[in-house]
Design a protein around this ligand. Sequence first.
Ligand code: HEM
Length: 213
Amino acid sequence: MSIPDDIFTEPDPVDPDTFANLGPLRRLAGIWEGAVGKDINPKADGPEHRVFSERIELQPIDPQTNGPQLLYGLRYHTHINAPDEENTFHDQIGYWLWEPATGLIMQTLAIPRGQVALASGHAGTDDRRIVVEATRGKTGYGICSTDFLEQAFRTDSYRLEIEFHDDGSWSYTEDTILMVHGQSEPFVHNDSNRLTKIAEPDLNPWLKIVRKK
Ligand code: HEM
C-alpha cells in the first residue's frame, strides 16, 4: 500500500458522532447475549464439543487518528460461560475499527492465555457479512502468543465471519487453526453463536460532551 506524502496532518474537522460513522460495524454496537454457542477445542483424547452462553458488550469509542488516517470504532468485552461451570470458559477484549475512507475493518483480540492478534478485512457500509483474518508470522495482521502456546498449541491463523440478520440479531463462526504438539494435522478450533441485543450502546465520550453544551 502507498502512504501519503504528509503523514502528520490530521483530518479536520472530525465528526464526533462515532455511531453515525461506524459503517457496517454500527450493527454490532450495543450489549448482546447468546445462549446457543458451540465450541470445539483441543483435548488430549481428541476434539471436545461444548455448548456455551455469551455476553458481549460493544461500546462506541471516540474517533482515532493515525496522522491522516481516521478510524471509528467500538471497544468490546466478550465473556463466556459453559453450563454447570462457574469459572469463565472464554474471555476476550479488544476493539473493532472501521476506516470510512477505504472500507478497512480491523479487530484486535486479547485473550488471557497470553495471546493477542490483529485481524483485518474489507467491507462496504451496508454489507451483511464481515470477514476478518489474521495469520501467524505476518507483521501487519498477525498473531502473537506466549512461548508455551507457540510450542504446544501454535496458532497459525484466525478467521471470523459475521452475518447480520433481518431481525437485528447477528451470528458468527470463527476458525482458529492450531498446530498441537505431537499431532501431524492442524486442529480447527471452531466457535459459533447467535447474539440478540439486550441493551442499546452508550454515546461515545466526546459526543456526550458535545451534546451537553
Ligand atoms: C468463543 C470463542 C472461544 C471459546 C469459547 C474458546 C474456548 C476454548 C477452550 C475451552 C479451550 C480448551 C482449554 C483447555 O483445555 O485448557 C481452548 C483452547 C485454545 N484456544 Fe480457544 N476459545 C475461543 C476462541 C479462541 C480464539 C479466538 C483463539 C485465538 C485466536 C483461541 C485460542 C486457543 C488456543 C491457542 C487454545 C489451546 C490452549 C489450550 O488448550 O490450553 N481460542 N479454547
